[in-house]
Design a protein around this ligand. Structure first.
Ligand code: FMN
Length: 580
């Protein structure tokens, strides 16, 4: 015991180290104008200079800026980029961003630029030859040392990254071979916030440390000394029913609001369900919202169930990412963000911003010939969907919206719906994108053949998903379960999301508390699904597009229901006489 702690610091010094790590903050508000004495600044810079570096190359330089005129020019550069970023944000995010302070270039007495020279030390610098990025990492470690030392000195540091790097480099007279790594605003502060400002503002949350720790290989999450986490079991265990007290409080409040009782119709129920999910009345507003479009291909396409070639899945993914699809238009209108998830597109997709690469396989197998996927793949897809829900909520979203894309996925949906509800394939199979009578008859026959082959047992939802599902169905089931576990509402789109919700609810019945049916699709299987789930659709416009479009139309309805419960006065508070 003594041996293993030899060289360790005495407890109070060790505590001081953990304290400075925990209490370091990115500071943007509350700077005091008093100058930073040269000796203090010198100590902080010397701490930065002691950072580890690849091959001991010490690639950093520190440019200390105090000149007001120069800082004004630099602040103007940052403001321009900030405005460009803001112009690109969806509605609710743009409103939240407006409240955020993202730089203190002029509020602080001193700014420090940390740069990186990737050539310092010549070509034989140990380690950097194989991993050139380690030069940058080393400069970042100098930033970390500076940030911690500054905290111990009572100095706040705010990192500003709203720059076009070369624009800033030119202003600083940086040689071409040097790169700006960090722009830091430094000064004494009135206080240090207890948690990241972006968390206080509801922009993003800290991920629990257990999510970030993996045992032996990626995906086996768990803290040292604890059993590895079984992500699916954990997910299911985290799902609980709606809070009955909060629902009652919401119903009572609806009755006392300055309007005739029940006059908000189905929205009163939506607001009570939101309260039940959140466990509070009124519930938090379900914004910002994000639609996740899960895309995948289907082996059953080979049976000729769709007039569209399979390549359209990948082409539409490109369209979503370019902002050219209906989902983009509706999301822009509703102020929601669009994220596209490749859970199983048959083609290789280029990495672009907004695309989450989470391929479980290159399309499923033909379910008329065997299971569409393995049970392990079904589990992996469910867990992937749940992790996406979790990441989107950690990124600050308070409402999730399902989207989907996959040529032939209405066929897989019909099979799933029949398997989970016992519906007759003739009544649950639809015309999807629009097919002629002959193809429609074949589609029903394909669903029948699949059901006959697999004899699905709805009590084993993973087996049903594996038999028929697309990867997007399994991932959407996980997405819904993830929302339920985090007690965040999820607005379901049409028949594909409905089929996924059947799987989710079969895995965890209480997940229904998080589900809001965005609309009723024209696909006949969807009505069967909604009545099986006991969900009332909010919009019924004969849509049959998918992508998340119907759910996005319902987003303002769900948000309005929450806002009414929160904002509308009650008879007693407004002094309005109630009905006798
Ligand atoms: C590489 C990097 C760049 C950052 N850029 C900015 C920025 O441009 N504007 C800003 O307000 N905060 C910026 N931050 C600060 C982060 O928002 C902040 O570190 C994060 O919210 C966590 O809060 P904490 O540092 O107080 O723990 C940056 C942080 C890092 C590490």
């Amino acid at each position: 015991m003594a041996e293993s702690t030899a060289g360790g610091y005495p407890p109070e010094q060790r505590d001081a180290i953990y304290k400075v790590i925990a209490e370091r903050r990115d500071v943007r508000r509350g700077f005091r104008p008093d100058p930073v004495p040269a000796d203090v600044l010198g100590r902080v810079l010397a701490a930065a200079h002691q950072a580890p570096s690849v091959g001991f190359s010490q690639p950093w330089d520190f440019i200390v800026i105090t000149d007001r005129a120069r800082r004004e020019r630099i602040a103007a550069l940052a403001r321009r980029r900030r405005d460009e970023f803001a112009a690109d944000l969806p509605g609710a995010r743009a409103r939240a961003f407006d409240q955020l302070k993202i730089e203190s270039i002029l509020d602080t007495p001193v700014n420090i630029v940390v740069s990186c020279d990737r050539t310092r030390g010549g070509r034989h610098t140990l380690g950097r030859a194989t991993q050139p990025r380690t030069a940058d990492f080393s400069s970042v470690l100098a930033v970390a040392n500076l940030w911690l030392a500054a905290r111990a000195e009572g100095l706040g540091v705010g990192w500003v990254s709203f720059f076009a790097e070369r624009e800033l480099a030119a202003e600083l007279g940086l040689p071409a071979h040097l790169e700006v790594i960090a722009y830091l605003c430094v000064g004494y502060v009135t206080e240090f916030a207890p948690e990241p400002e972006l968390q206080t503002a509801g922009w993003a949350r800290r991920r629990p440390v257990a999510w970030a720790v993996h045992a032996e290989e990626f995906g086996r999450r768990g803290m040292p000394g604890e059993e590895p986490v079984d992500p699916l079991a954990d997910l299911l265990a985290a799902i609980a029913p709606a809070d009955a007290d909060a629902m009652t409080a919401a119903r009572e409040r609806q009755d006392r609001m300055t309007k005739p009782r029940g006059s908000l119709g189905a929205l009163e129920d939506v607001s009570a369900r939101l309260a039940g999910l959140a466990g509070s009345c009124p519930p938090p507003l379900p914004e910002p919202a994000c639609v996740a479009v899960f895309a995948a291909d289907h082996g059953v396409h080979a049976q000729g169930v769709s007039p569209w070639p399979q390549e359209v899945t990948a082409q539409m993914v490109a369209n979503f990412l370019a902002g050219g699809a209906v989902v983009n238009a509706f999301a822009a209108q509703a102020g929601a963000e669009v994220t596209v998830v490749d859970v199983g597109v048959a083609a290789d997709l280029e990495p672009v911003p907004g695309l989450l690469p989470r391929k479980i396989g290159r399309g499923t197998a033909d379910f008329t010939a065997g299971p569409a996927m393995t049970r392990d793949q079904a589990v992996a897809a469910v867990v992937t969907g749940a992790e996406i829900a979790r990441d989107l909520v950690a990124a600050g979203n308070r409402c999730l919206v399902t989207g989907d894309m996959g040529i032939a996925n209405t066929t897989a949906s019909a099979a799933l719906i029949c398997a989970f509800t016992g519906a007759d394939p003739a009544g649950a199979t639809g015309r999807g994108t629009g097919i002629d009578a002959l193809t429609y008859a074949k589609k029903i026959e394909v669903v029948c053949r699949g059901l006959a082959r697999h004899q699905p047992d709805p009590a084993d939802p993973l087996a049903v998903l594996a038999a028929f599902g697309g990867f997007e169905h399994a991932a959407l089931a996980g997405f819904i379960l993830g929302a339920a576990a985090l007690r965040v509402p999820v607005i379901l789109d049409g028949v594909i999301a409905g089929a996924a919700a059947l799987a989710a609810v079969a895995l965890a019945p209480d997940a229904i508390a998080a589900c809001f049916a965005g609309h009723r699709s024209a696909e006949p299987g969807h009505a069967v699904t909604l009545s099986h789930l006991g969900l009332r659709p909010l919009v019924d416009l004969g849509l049959r597009l998918g992508e998340g479009t119907g759910a996005l139309l319902a987003l303002p309805l769900v948000q309005s229901a929450a806002r009414a419960l929160r904002d509308v006065a009650t008879f007693d508070s407004a002094g309005v006489a109630d009905k006798l």
